[in-house]
Design a protein around this ligand. Sequence first.
Ligand code: E4P
Length: 288
Amino acid sequence: MKPVGLKTKIFLDSGDSVETAEILGKLGFLDGQTTNPSLIAKSPESLQRLKSGDKFTAPEVTDFYQTVIQKVATIIPQGSISIEVYADEHTSAEAMIEQAKSFSTWTPRAQIKFPITTAGLQAAAAAVAMGLSVNMTLCFTQQQAAAVYAATAGAVKGQVYLSPFVGRLDDSGQNGIDLIKNIIQMYSAGDGHVEVLAASVRTMDHFFSSIKLGADIITAPSKILNEWSVGGLNLPPQDFVYHTGNLQPLAYEQLSLTNPWQEYDLNHPLTAKGLAKFAEDWNSIIKK
Ligand code: E4P
């Protein structure tokens, strides 16, 4: 059962529906699931197929993704399920919107993931205007978070998620948890239409810090959710302190949330790197 007093929604970060069932069994609840191209490409079913030397055709890989999503939806029918568009640096907003329209027919609780790039934000703004729900991924800066807020103004609460990537910032030597803290602080001046989803969560300290900071949602791999379950689904104690070690702090930036979104700086090397890696992993399972 969800611990009393836990307001943060807990999602599983996985491309494998077997894990969905396992984690639901262990936690007794699961508020949703996030997927991405790398997780789908590396899911056991996909790896099994590739092992036999048989890559997917382009239509088959989409069917495979749909099947995974629909299996997850059967296990957590009330849960939000994030489905990521294929995008590389050349993908147009129109191409992303076409995917979004199709993916949103797969399950009623679809949250379409777009990268925080110019084309991704154009697509997301159009998707939100059509009434679709979105999850803006590969967020590494407050400027990107402000752009997401501005580009989706007018959306209803729950229609827009923002995914700041904690672990990948840590990998680069910067304190990813500071990004969560800074965005929550910045968004506290807003209308609440964007929910903060702590992503790339790699440790129990990331998990507990995100709860403590009041993240709306955390997505975590099964390893972390298993660890949480073994520990008795504890909440961070009142005196919980996040030890940052040698990570460089990220200073808070005073930003307006109401500029035209095109005025914010959307660039970050980890966004470009993440986009390229998602595309590479996806293409690696498709026959040429
Ligand atoms: C979730 O939506 C993200 O794609 C995921 O949390 C990324 O995690 P990683 O940095 O461990 O790949």
